[in-house]
Each structure stands twice: as C-alpha cells, then as structure tokens.
Design a protein around this ligand. Structure first.
Ligand code: SF4
Length: 416
C-alpha cells in the first residue's frame, strides 16, 4: 500500500468556532489511498478521516480522545447545530450519552471501514518499513505508531484512569471552548448531594485529595502526556465539585499544574481552567476566592449544577436543595460574571418532558425575567435527561432560547 508520511503538520494554534474542519496542535500525518490518519506527538492516533467518495462528508471526521473514545464530528446543518450547542459540529459518541441527534454515524459502513483501516494500519506500516526508504526520524515515528495499536491505546487510557485514581466520566460543558482537550487533575472525590437522577456520580462522600497526591498525579500526568503535552493549554480540576476544596487548594493546584505541565510554552495560545461547583460550595465561597481565580494565568470557567428552580422537580430529581438557594446561586453567578473579566460562571439545568410544568416555568422565569438586561456571559446549559420526545424537547429549547437574556445551549454529556 502506498503511504505518504508528513512528520510536521501544523494545526491551528488557537481554539476557534469555525464552520470548516479544523485540527489543533502539531501533528504527524499518514495518508493512504482511502484514509487520512493524524497522530499526536506521541504517535497516538488523534484524527481520522475517509478520503473516498463513501465518506459521509468531506468536512466531517473522527477524533480519538485521551480516554480512548472515538467521537464523530457531524457538520449536519451548521447554523442549527450552532444554535443548539454554540459549536459548529455535532459530536456523536460510541458510549451512551444524552444525545438528541437523529442518526448514529458509527453505524455507517464508511466510518466502520475507517476504524478498521486504523486497526489494520500497524500491519501496513510494518510492510512499508521493510520495502520503502525512510529517514531515521520517519522510521522512529513509524515504529511508535506501529506499537500504539488498538490494544495498546486501550491500555494507555486505563493507565491514565489509574494514575488519576478515577476515570473522567464527564467534562464540564464549558470545555467545548477547547474542543474538550483538557488535561484532567483530580483534586477531590465524591460530591455533596448524591442526587438520585445523576448518572455520573460516584458513591463516595466529598473528600479533598492531599497535596502529595495532587503533586504525584501531576508528575505522572507529565510523563504520561510526554512530548504531546505541548499540544495542551487547558486543565480540568476534577471531579464533581472541585470548588468545594476552597480557594487556597484550587489556586495552588492550578498554579502547580501551570508550571509542571508547562502551559506557558504550549503550542496553543492562552490557557484555560475548568471546574465544577455545587450550589453550597458556590454560596459559601468568599469574594476573595473569585478574585484569586480571576488573577490566575488561566481564563477560568466554573460550571454549577443547579438542575432546577422548581421545588417539586428538585424533590423528584432527588437533589436535596431548596429552591431559594438555587435562585440565590443564580443571582450571585450573574454578579460574579459582571465583576470578573477572566472568570465565567455558568449554570446547568436538566430538561425532560416528564418534568413538572413548574420546572419549565422556572426555566423561563430564570432565563427571561430574572435579569433586566441581556449578557453574553453566564451561559445556561440545558442537559436532556433522556432523548424521548426529541422533537418536542428541541422545540421547547428553541422557545426558551429566543427569549433568553443569557446564552442558552444544550449540554451533551461528554467524557474525556
Ligand atoms: S448532580 Fe452533581 S451533586 Fe448531584 S450526584 Fe451528580 S455529581 Fe453529585
């Protein structure tokens, strides 16, 4: 098989919202007669695209994540997808999620062929190594790519979960701003509420990790990401309520990561920090915590799981919170967003046709009447609990969005 190898492919240096295919970071590319494979600097496959006529669309592709999940980027109808997600591509996953998409591209023959072409690639590269002439650098890369086959990549993902002592089964919705390419660092486990509706929780009670554990993770993460670390500029402080660790711990961990992971010298511009918070951890946080987040060398996004501002719904969801607290958090979120330019607090609510009418009324009240003015900060994410009634859910979403005084998007649960 004819193989074309390009060792230095320069992808985009900043994350942008564009309606054409864009790949980020420095990559290595192998093109065969039917496929284009792009690898990260460790020799792990990152992007994969069919080049033949059967491929669903020339501006669609597959991406493999650090957690070893393939994501299909569907360009569908650009404007509508942007309306729903704030992004131009609709991601499809191989794992169960709260997706509202229509078709599953992973069932397409050409997508399955592309994945199987990747599985067969090590064999093709071995043959090519024997028959063609390669420079020492090219040979070294081909040997790396051969070794990092399907089985080895699964092992690497398991290693990452082991070093973090827990896999990353949900990323904050705001990490869409960096195409979900963030380095995870767990600074706490468990959460405060153990809500009955939640699919991503662990059963642990909330517990902060020790500084020793956090430093150990960082050193192992640095080794794990190796040369490809230079393709990252973003950190996710996990897991479900990092805010509850308090300002001192968050700032310390974020700065340690900034230094040890060398974000300053990333190939990608700027640095971003993402974390989740809860109503209680947010309300007890003093202004100085937000001040110090605002001064970090990152642009910071804090996402709060509010779920509903209707008491009957909160009770149904098994979320042990009073509606007054949810409203207080929502109000404060807006204040913080006004005050700090490098920090944005966003909110998550669930949606489902089976939820009481009071929930939908509360969503409409909070997104429309709660604030006198429009602001483009303080995104409200709506997370579908299940895809039943997709069309009706999307109609209700559109009705809320048209009148909302905050940006309003859907949130599809995405893993690392
Ligand atoms: S929604 Fe948040 S607080 Fe509730 S169980 Fe899930 S992770 Fe914990």
């Amino acid at each position: 098989m004819e193989i074309d190898l390009k060792l230095n492919v320069s992808g985009a240096t900043r994350y942008d919202k564009v309606s054409y295919p864009v790949h980020y970071g420095r990559l290595v590319q192998i093109t065969t007669s039917g496929h284009c494979f792009q690898f990260n600097l460790n020799g792990e496959i990152k992007y994969l695209q069919g080049t033949g006529r059967n491929w669903p669309h020339p501006s669609e592709w597959l991406k493999r994540t650090a957690g070893n999940h393939w994501v299909y980027y569907d360009s569908d109808s650009y404007n509508q997808v942007f309306d729903y997600l704030g992004e131009y591509y609709l991601p499809y996953f191989m794992y169960p999620s709260n997706h509202l998409g229509r078709a599953n591209p992973f069932l397409e023959a050409s997508v399955q062929e592309a994945l199987s072409a990747f599985r067969g690639l090590p064999g093709e590269l071995r043959d090519a190594l024997e028959t063609d002439h390669w420079s020492a650098e090219e040979k070294a890369f081909l040997l790396k790519a051969i070794a990092l086959d399907d089985r080895k990549l699964a092992e690497r993902a398991a290693q990452l979960a082991a070093l973090l002592k827990g896999s990353v089964n949900v990323l904050p919705p705001d990490s869409r701003h960096v195409d979900y390419d963030c380095i995870p660092l767990n600074i706490a486990d468990g959460c405060l509420y153990h809500c009955s509706f939640c699919r991503v929780k662990s059963n642990q009670n909330f517990q902060v990790r020790s500084p020793g554990n956090i430093l150990e993770q960082l050193l192992k993460i640095r080794d794990f990401y190796g040369p490809d670390l230079s393709n990252y500029n973003s950190l996710f402080l996990g897991r479900h309520d990092a805010l509850n660790c308090g300002g001192e711990m968050i700032v310390w961990a974020a700065l340690q990561a900034y230094e040890l992971l060398d974000f300053k010298r990333s190939y990608l511009e700027e640095s971003f920090l993402f974390l989740f918070g809860s109503v209680d951890s947010f309300l007890k946080s003093k202004d100085r915590l937000f001040e110090s987040l605002n001064q970090l060398p990152y642009r910071t996004y804090l996402n709060l799981g509010l779920e509903s501002a209707d008491q009957e719904t909160l009770d149904l969801l098994g979320k042990p919170l009073k509606v007054e607290k949810v409203e207080e958090a929502f109000l404060r979120l807006s204040e913080i967003n006004r005050k700090y330019d490098r920090l944005e607090v966003t909110a998550n609510f669930v949606i489902d046709l089976k939820l009481p009418t009071g929930h939908w009324e509360a969503l409409s009240r909070l997104s429309q009447e709660f604030f006198p003015h429009y602001s483009d900060k303080g995104v409200i994410y709506l997370s579908p609990l299940n895809p039943v009634g997709r069309r009706e859910l999307l109609t209700r979403f559109q009705q809320l969005k048209i009148k909302s005084r905050r940006p309003l998007y859907l949130y599809l649960l995405q893993r690392l």
